[in-house]
Design a binder for this molecule. Sequence first.
Ligand code: ADP
Ligand code: MG
Length: 364
Amino acid sequence: MTAMIPGHDLSISGVSKTFGTFKAVKDVSLDIKGGEFLTMLGPSGSGKTTLLMMIAGFVQPDQGSIHLDKQPITHLPPERRNFGMVFQGYALFPHLSVFDNVAFPLKVRRRPRAEIEEKVKAALDLVKLTTQSERLPRQLSGGQQQRVALARALVFTPHLLLLDEPLSALDKKLRAELQEELKRLHRQVGLSFIYVTHDQDEALSMSDRIVVMSDGRLVEQGTPGELYDRPRTAFVADFLGKSNFVRGKVESHIGDGFVFSGDGVRFVQKARDTKPGIGSNVTVALRPEKLSIVAPGTESDNRLSGVVSEWNYFGSEFRILVETAGCGPISVSLPAWNAGAAPEVGQSLELGWSARAGMEVQEA
Ligand code: ADP
Ligand code: MG
């Protein structure tokens, strides 16, 4: 149990699901490598649970196929897939002890008593609940109950672990603890985890790779760093962290970038892969933390003047909203330790950013 479980590869190809006339999942293809921590991130209603249920076998896709280690499993019943599952609710049997809850999948599989004993102990050890094994679920905290659910999902050495917003019922502090715990478990067991969440911070901090869903489609996938630093779509730039958007028309090409102007203000931007054509419309996403307040006359690739309309202090940073002439309201995040005096509402200032700070993105 504490030994590494060999990771299994899952391949999803062109999967769609319609409920009545509503298309919940639209032509999703996705490969999950053995041992990977993959997160499906998206707003509520974007099709995450439906996709997970198709992987689990509880929902049949209308189109497409699913393979495990190259074997088709699209129409295999859930109990023959050998996948572990953990959901938002704890779904423990209330009248069974912790031990018996965890033993349940092994009893269903008619494993011998000695093996059950040994595996349940190992699973409880893994989630640090060895001393609670005789308790009933109601005698446990929410976090402990979710650990029992995890032990129960891992005890039978599943091929994959599917987790659907398992921490969303917990308060913030407990959630952070369980996030750590889940990452440790993932490292320890070596199993592929497919984790569903609508919480971007959770996705950024836990995943090897994130796939972003919107409106039933897979919009983008990549490592947390790739998606945060180099989003390709305005949707991801704004859903994963916060972004400002500066829009305009390309005027000329310079060096490894281009000049564009919107509402009479001119900007320079490093090109992404190829330079956009002259005259084309571009959208550049700008992270609030990549902007700074620049003193008049100092060197900066880009400058934009505005007036502070709001500010908030968060201990580690000031978040300031600046109303600008050409680009509307722009959010700026300044490290508080280095920000000097608090900004004032009504204060005029100039924002600056490097040509490399922005990221050219596609609008939906
Ligand atoms: P998410 O998990 O991302 O919140 P879901 O996969 O649960 O999204 O749902 C996607 C959409 O499909 C939602 O609009 C939901 O109402 C709809 N849906 C999900 N399951 C069913 C169902 N069994 N019947 C009808 N509509 C459904
Ligand atoms: Mg859901």
